[in-house]
Design a protein around this ligand. Structure first.
Ligand code: NAD
Length: 499
């Protein structure tokens, strides 16, 4: 894994090199002197060829029964359920995206869980029967696949998110073209080596390497629908193209997530949950907490405990057992987090100073923790824009009502964690917080395959992923069957010329 040109694309069941000279490099963010491989961006003409072969493959694939399609997915689940495979994939992931090795192991397991869930789901009922207003009619809703799905994914979950996009899609009879992040091309290539072993028919699952231009070409090409996970900014560009071309798109994007600590919370649990929500994956999860809303009665003891807990987290080599925080992904991420840290230093009261640590070969940074006033919520960039790094503001509030108001006063609505020992308070928070994923008495991070995963407001567009992506990858069509020899309308008029 050092600096050689790697076969990047997977098309029609084979690895192929794009015919292009646009090389991009995969660097190890813990040591940027280590190049993990060089890849070639896929040019537009090749994307057109991949889309047309995926279209042809879809015609045959959709004719297989759902349990038959699920057999391939189950095979992939079995391939991934192997210690050597997990270790290999987690090692590549820890090197390429800098997450601690143990987190990477968890991610491979999460990918397998989706395969298992889809394989099990294959024999569940689908579609519905409906009563008709007309006594001689019955109606049903059927699911039909959309066709060829473009799946565009971010770097921070480089194996689980692609699998979460692709498996529901292919279960329902679609074929897919994945465009993984240009930050993690090797992760995509390595997991596709196992997808190849699952022997899906040629053209069912494809992958093209490249950056934003390749992604844009794919979205503009003749694909039928798009599944996107990434930043809000890119989602908006993709949605604009999709609307123009009449395609549906499911977007999962960023957040400005919060932890809410009520004055009756279990203090130790609140401190640990909040510290992990801020620092795990070095703050580079879509659900990472960047705001901590704390009631005044518990504020001082909570703040002291949080500072101590975060200080105890080890930053460094993702392969070291005690390390909780690896590096940021790249120089752009360092620049972005530094910009927000500078702003926090000038606008907030600093509790922990976020700064570069370790040697200059790795993008390591410590956590920035600072206090802001509640009135700054609506108007301050620090409390309204996603930083995507270990960076969080603590905000003191008087009561539950103020906590909810502050929490909801952003354009995002992805995740929240809330800590209380009072069942009534918990229920109010569950109903009032405008988020797609909520966590009572725990960190605001984590996902399970069978649940919907997605955000409200700018954090998504109402098509959650996880198991609920199944709703997006099909069209729901109505079919009406009539019995008897007379035409009847639902309005009770028997002469069709009048109804
Ligand atoms: P990003 O938006 O920069 O890139 C995501 C993907 O989009 C990449 O594959 C990239 O090449 C592609 N892309 C970029 N510009 C494009 C364009 N114009 N047309 C088509 N494709 C284009 O995001 P990232 O830096 O890889 O990931 C971090 C972001 O993802 C954060 O905002 C994070 O919150 C979000 N995220 C959201 C979820 C979720 O489920 N809500 C999960 C993980 C990450």
């Amino acid at each position: 894994m050092s600096g050689e040109l790697i076969l990047g694309n997977f098309v029609n069941g084979e690895f192929v090199t794009p015919k292009n000279n646009l090389v991009f490099k995969s660097l190890n963010p813990s040591n940027i002197e280590e190049c993990l491989g060089e890849f070639l961006a896929t040019p537009e003409e090749e994307i057109t060829d991949v889309v047309s072969s995926a279209k042809k493959a879809q015609l045959l694939w959709s004719k297989k029964s759902q349990p038959e399609r699920a057999e391939y997915i189950l095979k992939l689940a079995k391939i991934l359920d192997n210690e050597t495979v997990v270790t290999h994939l987690a090692t590549v992931m820890a090197k390429e995206c800098g997450k601690p090795f143990i987190e990477c192991v968890g991610e491979v397991v999460e990918a397998r869980h989706m395969c298992e869930h889809m394989a099990g789901y294959s024999r569940q009922h689908y579609g519905y029967m409906f009563p008709s207003q007309v006594d001689t009619r019955e109606s049903e809703v059927l699911e039909i696949p959309k066709g060829v799905m473009a799946c565009i994914t971010p770097w921070n979950y480089p194996m689980a998110i692609p699998v979460w996009h692709m498996m529901p899609s292919v279960l329902k009879g679609n074929t897919v073209i994945l465009k993984p992040s240009e930050e993690t091309p090797l992760c995509a290539q390595e997991i596709f080596k196992y997808i190849q072993k699952a022997n899906f028919p040629p053209g069912v699952i494809n992958m093209i390497q490249g950056g934003k231009t390749t992604g844009k070409f794919l979205v503009e090409n003749n694909v039928d629908a798009i599944i996107f996970t990434g930043s809000t900014n890119v989602a908006q560009k993709i949605q604009a193209i999709a609307i123009q071309k009449g395609k549906t798109v499911a977007c999962e994007t960023g957040g400005k997530n919060a932890m809410i600590v009520c004055d009756d919370a279990n203090l130790e649990l609140a401190i640990e949950s909040t510290a992990l929500s801020i620092c795990k994956t070095t703050g580079q999860r879509c659900v990472s907490a960047e705001r901590v809303i704390v009631m005044e009665n518990i504020y001082d003891s909570f703040k002291k405990g949080l500072v101590e807990k975060i200080k105890s987290f080890k930053i460094g080599d993702p392969f070291e057992k005690e390390v909780l925080m690896g590096p940021l992904i790249n120089q752009n991420a360092v620049d972005k987090v530094t910009k927000y840290n500078d702003l926090a230093r000038s606008e907030g009261r600093v509790l922990l100073n976020g700064e570069r640590v370790g040697n200059s070969k790795g993008y390591f940074i410590s956590t920035m923790l600072y206090e802001m006033d509640a009135e700054q919520q609506r108007f301050h960039n620090l409390l309204n824009e996603e930083v995507f790094g270990p960076h969080a503001a603590i905000i003191k509030v008087k009561n539950l009502e103020e906590a909810i108001k502050i929490h909801n006063d952003t354009d995002f609505g992805l995740s929240a964690g809330y800590l209380t020992t009072n069942i009534d308070t918990a229920r109010i928070l569950e109903k009032e917080l405008k988020v797609g994923v909520g966590y009572l008495n725990g960190p605001c991070i984590g996902a399970e395959v069978q649940l919907p995963f997605g955000g409200l407001k700018l954090s998504g567009n109402g098509n959650p992923s996880g198991g609920y992506l199944l709703n997006f990858v099909v069209h729901h069509v109505a079919r009406t069957r009539c019995y008897g020899s007379k035409i009847k309308t639902a309005y009770g008029i028997e002469d069709p010329k009048k109804g």
